[in-house]
Write a protein that binds this ligand. Sequence first.
Ligand code: ZN
Length: 255
Amino acid sequence: MPINPLHSPLGLILTLGLLLPAALTAQDKAPVSDSIPSQNGDISIYPINHATMALAWKGQTVYIDPVGGAAAFKGLPAPDLILITHIHPDHFSVQTLNAVAGDKARLAAPPSVVAKLPSNLAARAATMTNGQSEDFQGIGVEAVPAYNLTAARLSNHPKGRDDGYVLTMGGKRIYVSGDTEDVPEMLALKNIDVAFVCMNQPTMNVDQAARAVRAFKPKIVYPYHYRGSDLERFKTLVGADQGVEVRIRDWYATR
Ligand SMILES: [Zn+2]
């Protein structure tokens, strides 16, 4: 009669011993990154989830809209800088900030977010309104407008409340849209090397997002904040004639 290993204590221990290391390895795996060469070392891009990402450059790590707790950032260095675009829970979590910010990270966020930060984090936060720029240890950050245009959605992201960001790292200009429609300030962006562009309601549909991308012509565009969107349609609509490379990455893998 065959012995089921799970029915003997020794078999159970051996079985768990074989299974556990594999499970831990899968969980501890560092997130997959893309590399962008700059004048001064590579920039690593880590899609984390939905609107959440990390960038690393010259030994510095930037978390953008960190949510999902410390587990979402497992395998990544602690942040030197944390950028927050706006108050919505898929972008802003005090609980996650408390878990990941450590005691050295600077923060940058619009006034509506800074007002909701606990005092220990607010003390380290640069309050950035649209149009303001700051330098964080050689990383340039400009806050740019992010807002809704469609009448029925104006209250979702009112003009002036939220930030998108343009980061400069080693001469590369990286645009993170935050939650926005195709506002004139986005269409007027110049010399963007890498753009992270949101799509899904109440931000843009893929047609709107593709039109915007064709207008400001980033060299590389990553769709993000795209849950449920047809990314192949986005890619087709962006087309190949403007010299924009569409990079589709999985922002919804369970880690
Ligand atoms: Zn959002």
